[in-house]
Design a binder for this molecule. Sequence first.
Ligand code: SAM
Length: 202
Amino acid sequence: MMNKDSLVRKFNKQAPTYERNSRQRTLGKWRSALLQGIEGNVLEVAVGAGANFPYYNRDAVDLTAVDFSPEMLKSAERMASELHLDVTFKQHDIETLQLPEGSFDSVVSTLSLCGYEDPLRAINMMNEWCKPGGSIRLMEHGISDNKLLGTVQHLVNPAARRISGCHLNRDILGIIQSSGVEIIKSERYYGGMVHLVWARAT
Ligand SMILES: C[S@@+](CC[C@H](N)C(=O)[O-])C[C@H]1O[C@@H](n2cnc3c(N)ncnc32)[C@H](O)[C@@H]1O
């Protein structure tokens, strides 16, 4: 188990890279597809540098964004102000965040389940914070279904966790399937390592 302060420091250091990628619209095609039709009171967990901000309809969403890294949040604030997107920011650890049950119409998480100590609990919390029947949209990475690639991911995982704070070899789809959310549709890309998931809160 990694100490949370050291994890926050790791992500703080990566904020300039995430900000650059957000400006360059990295993974924009998938982010845009994932956020189609999202509206209302929206919670984005582990927002990073605001890479999803360009894909929200700013007239249709009331966005709350949470991350535990103050440097990521500064980058995200710059992105929001450039896009004239109104966002309420909260600096908090998602794994200890307490929000009223059913307080959001939608919950969005992209590339966040790789970082938590307990990803299953985190997704179940997202399910709880979302209104029953509300949208849960996820873009997450994990273990490939290609044997060779998966073996490489297992081998490099300890170094990846140490350097970037992310786990590379989690069975992300399995974790989502075993959570309380109801999966409507899922797509798998990039050697089977990236999942786009459209789900409903229950
Ligand atoms: C891989 S980045 C993804 C950022 C962004 N969601 C994106 O799609 O580009 C992971 C983000 O999760 C944040 N994070 C990781 N664990 C967290 C936790 N327990 N609580 C809050 N934020 C966390 C990091 O600070 C970082 O901004």
